[in-house]
Design a protein around this ligand. Structure first.
Ligand code: NAP
Length: 480
């Protein structure tokens, strides 16, 4: 396989169905080689507003088009993306750094949002009931909100884009997507797929920029924009909420996580290790859903740590484009160094921090770490690590483990390994997180409601809830 970019890799902005040149450009770097991959458009705030105008114009017809016609475009996008899935995976690997298997997993998951929402598009259900006083009938109706502004992070450049674009299109909204500066090529490729699938001009617009703050501020201040859908850090999410509050703009927020991974007394240790390898290592640990802290019952703590370390030691580290590698590069040297700083902090706290293997010297590579004997409250349990570092806290008392697991401002996902599903659900009901994976290392599914409690977010993506984020509820009081 060629290590170059796929033949169809747009690099300009997409505005009103046209690929638009910009005066200045932004460089995209391959984190595995630190070499340049491409130069892409660097939009100004004015160009952001041109995208708003295009999306607003397109909404006038798209917003009243039939659900079936929108569904067919989404289905076609699923088919194109599936036929060209390796191009998508290659782009993800080249600009994000992750391993080939992770990139194929992401590309497949991303395409599934097109299929899922093509099926959901025609299933919006309103409600009809009689007023309890008998004086009227009550009709609950839904309609598309309008122009949606979407901001996505670098860790899942395809899936975070399709998880927003697909429900917005199904609902009848038009979009302006602003991908992360590190990984814009995959988002542009996804937009090109939608163009080829027949999305009318202006339904999907993509703005890439090095000035995400000013460009977003201009877009969010424009009264033609009806909603914001953001995925990224809690820090930036709060900054954006301050801006959207000024216009009381509906804001869907998929934010940071600090997922606990519980291995309870009597749990199957081998299954827990297998689950930990997925929950911790998918995407090299750079996932909002990544297991961030492990709470393991004292009776199995040594066995779990030993087996987990052995499995991690077996991972081959190197460029994701080589399909034999299990762990690719971090997205940038800066992100890699942030993780190393967290490890250094743990070492300063007196913990033994030796990497389980050696990573290649060139590129943003990092070896996994298992850090044992961690105390709950250590910086390792407080910070979102976003890399292949696994701190293990040992516990004796299950109630105390649940308390420690919930002792965080985040609440995206928890992992519970229990002796059986019944006990798993009992514990899951006590977890303060929007999602709980029970005796498994992954929960994400386009058909399920994805989202967090507490500072992990507002709203849900996927499932049917994902479409509701782009629908306005309207109630008609009628004398019938
Ligand atoms: P980030 O720094 O918050 O950036 C996310 C996006 O926000 C990027 O597109 C970024 O653009 C943009 N941005 C940054 N500052 C902005 C501003 N002032 N105004 C408007 N946009 C701004 O997050 P990240 O480092 O890319 O991603 C990692 C974080 O995302 C983690 O905390 C992770 O947990 C979270 N995440 C959450 C979910 C979820 O579903 N809950 C999924 C994936 C990731 P630039 O690239 O140009 O800075």
């Amino acid at each position: 396989m060629s290590v170059g970019l796929p033949e169809r890799t747009p690099t300009n902005l997409l505005v009103g169905g046209q690929w638009v040149q910009t005066a200045t450009h932004l460089e995209v770097i391959n984190p595995a080689t630190l070499g340049s991959l491409a130069e892409i458009g660097d939009a100004t705030p004015e160009q952001g507003l041109e995208a708003v105008a295009a999306a607003h114009d397109a909404f006038q017809t798209w917003g009243v088009s039939s659900a079936r016609s929108r569904a067919e475009i989404l289905r076609k996008a699923f088919e194109i993306m599936t036929a060209e899935i390796e191009d998508c995976a290659r782009l993800i690997v080249l600009e994000n750094g992750k391993a080939w298997r992770d990139a194929m997993g992401e590309a497949t998951y991303a395409a599934e949002f097109f299929r899922w929402f093509s099926e959901e598009a025609a299933h919006v259900q309103g409600d009809f009931r009689y007023g309890p006083n008998g004086d009227k009938t009550i009709i609950t109706d839904y309609r598309p909100m309008g122009v949606a502004y979407m901001i996505t992070p670098w860790n899942f450049p395809a899936a975070m884009a399709t998880r927003k674009l697909a429900p917005a299109m199904a609902a009848g909204c038009t979009s302006i997507l602003k991908p992360a500066a590190e990984t814009p090529l995959t988002a542009l490729w996804v937009a090109d797929v939608l163009e080829r699938a027949g999305a009318p001009a202006g339904v999907v617009n993509v703005v890439t920029t090095s000035k995400s703050g000013p460009v977003s501020e201009a877009i969010l201040s424009d009264p033609r924009v009806a909603t914001l859908s953001f995925t990224g850090s809690t820090y930036v999410g709060k900054l954006l909420l301050e801006q959207t509050a000024k216009r009381v703009l509906p804001s869907s927020m998929e934010l940071g996580g600090n997922a606990p991974f519980l291995v309870l007394e009597g749990a199957d240790v081998d299954a827990a290790v297998e689950g930990a390898m997925v929950a911790k290592m998918r995407n090299g640990g750079a996932a909002c859903t990544a297991a961030n802290r492990f709470y393991v019952h004292a009776s199995v703590a040594d066995e779990f740590a030993m087996k987990f370390e052995a499995a991690l030691r077996g991972m081959k580290i190197g460029p994701g484009i080589d399909q034999s590698n299990d762990l690719g590069a971090m997205v940038s040297v800066k992100e890699r160094d942030k993780i190393l700083e967290i490890v250094e902090g743990a070492s300063n706290e007196g913990l033994a921090t030796t990497a389980v293997s050696e990573a290649p010297g060139e590129g943003a590579f990092l070896s996994p770490y298992v850090i044992r004997d961690v105390q709950h409250g250590s910086s390792l349990t407080r910070n979102e690590i976003f890399g292949p570092v696994a701190p293990i806290v040992t516990f004796e008392d299950q109630a105390e483990a649940i308390r420690m697991a919930n002792d965080t401002e985040y609440g995206l996902i928890s992992y519970v390994f229990a002796k059986d599903a019944g006990e798993g659900i009992k514990v899951a009901r006590q977890m303060e997180s929007g999602m709980v994976a029970i005796n498994r290392g992954i929960a994400s599914d386009p058909a399920a409601s994805f989202g967090g409690m507490k500072e992990s977010g507002l709203g849900r993506e996927g499932g049917f809830d994902g479409m509701h984020e782009f629908l306005e509820t309207q109630y008609f009081a009628v004398d019938l």
